[in-house]
Ligand binder design. Structure first.
Ligand SMILES: NC(=O)c1ccc[n+]([C@@H]2O[C@H](COP(=O)([O-])OP(=O)(O)OC[C@H]3O[C@@H](n4cnc5c(N)ncnc54)[C@H](OP(=O)(O)O)[C@@H]3O)[C@@H](O)[C@H]2O)c1
Length: 285
């Protein structure tokens, strides 16, 4: 079995039966996008899951990197996200199809509503979220989005969507690292059959200098980044660390050959302090 097959055999089932690889590569507009790092991740590290968003502005370049890697589209898991500026039924459909065109792909494996707050003055957030979700439900039915989900949604946003729509989101992608462990949201998602996916697993680098993370890294002869990635995976959370450096992309993938023990897991669970390194959706109605 190749390293790539082993890496991607770590996967989680969505409620529609698709399996999402637990480890993916993040991309971003903040901190730059690196074409070489993406090609390297696909070609040399065997990663098959890439996370992006319309908002990150790198869809064309990412499409080029995927083609350059030579990895067939059918072997890849591609997640993309719809920005709130394009919420609403018609705009959402168009934005998704435009994203497909920019990346030169026919479908996304997962398509997410990026943020719970629409940019639509004069209408309630709930109403616009539901209308947008209906567009995603249709794109899902048509096969343009093999799975659909949300990002940064809290329990109340998910409860409203459940009342207003028919397809329960397959995934909720939320900030998750040792300082940010939204346990009640994780339990809610599990109860509802929604896969919980974590973003910013290294707390944008903030977790890497924490003494507890460093101590556990030394104990296992690993790096602090590997400890954070491994911790997410061992907690059953899909994770998408981002790096623009080839050596770090490789480092972040080498997390299969060791295991954190109960005392490591408990020490890392104890680091939760509720801080957000990305946006905080707490006040979104
Ligand atoms: N849904 C959402 O609202 C949302 C929000 C934020 C992020 N995301 C997704 O989640 C992905 C990851 O999140 P993130 O980029 O915010 O944070 P992250 O993955 O926690 O951290 C990325 C930062 O850590 C550095 N880094 C990566 N690997 C490292 C290593 N091995 N050693 C030392 N430093 C390392 C990177 O720098 P270099 O690039 O210089 O290596 C970058 O500054 C994003 O790319 C995006 O796909 C989603």
């Amino acid at each position: 079995m190749s390293f790539s097959s082993v890496l991607n055999s770590f996967s989680v089932s969505l409620s529609n039966g698709l399996r999402i690889p637990m480890l993916g590569l993040g991309t971003s507009h903040r901190g730059g996008y690196c074409h070489e790092a993406v090609v390297y991740a696909l070609k040399d590290c065997g990663l098959r899951h890439i996370d992006t968003a319309e908002r990150y502005g790198c869809e064309e370049k990412l499409g080029e990197a995927i083609r350059e890697s030579g990895v067939p589209r059918s072997d890849l898991w591609l997640t993309n996200k719809l920005w709130p500026g394009n919420y609403g039924y018609k705009a959402a459909r168009k934005a998704c199809l435009d994203s497909c065109s920019r990346m030169e792909v026919e479908y996304f494996d997962l398509y997410l509503m990026h943020w719970p707050e629409p940019m639509t003055p004069g209408r309630s957030n709930r109403e616009v979220r539901a209308e947008t979700w209906r567009a995603l439900e249709e794109l899902h039915k048509e096969g343009v989005c093999r799975a659909i989900g949300v990002s940064n949604f809290l329990i109340r946003h998910l409860e409203q969507l459940k009342e207003d729509c028919s397809v329960v989101p397959h995934v909720n992608q939320v900030e998750y690292h040792p300082f940010q462990q939204p346990d009640s949201l994780i339990r809610y998602c599990a109860d509802q059959g929604i896969v919980f996916e974590g973003f910013s697993p290294l707390a944008k680098g903030q977790a890497l200098s924490h003494p507890t993370v460093r101590r556990i890294a030394e104990k296992h002869g690993r790096t602090p980044a590997q400890i954070c990635v491994r911790w997410s995976i061992q907690n059953g959370v899909v994770t998408i660390p981002k790096s623009t450096k080839k050596s770090r992309v490789q480092e972040n993938c080498q997390v299969l050959e060791f295991q954190l023990d109960d005392s490591d897991m408990a020490a890392l669970a104890g680091l939760h302090d509720g801080r957000h390194v990305s946006w905080d959706p707490t006040n979104v109605e």
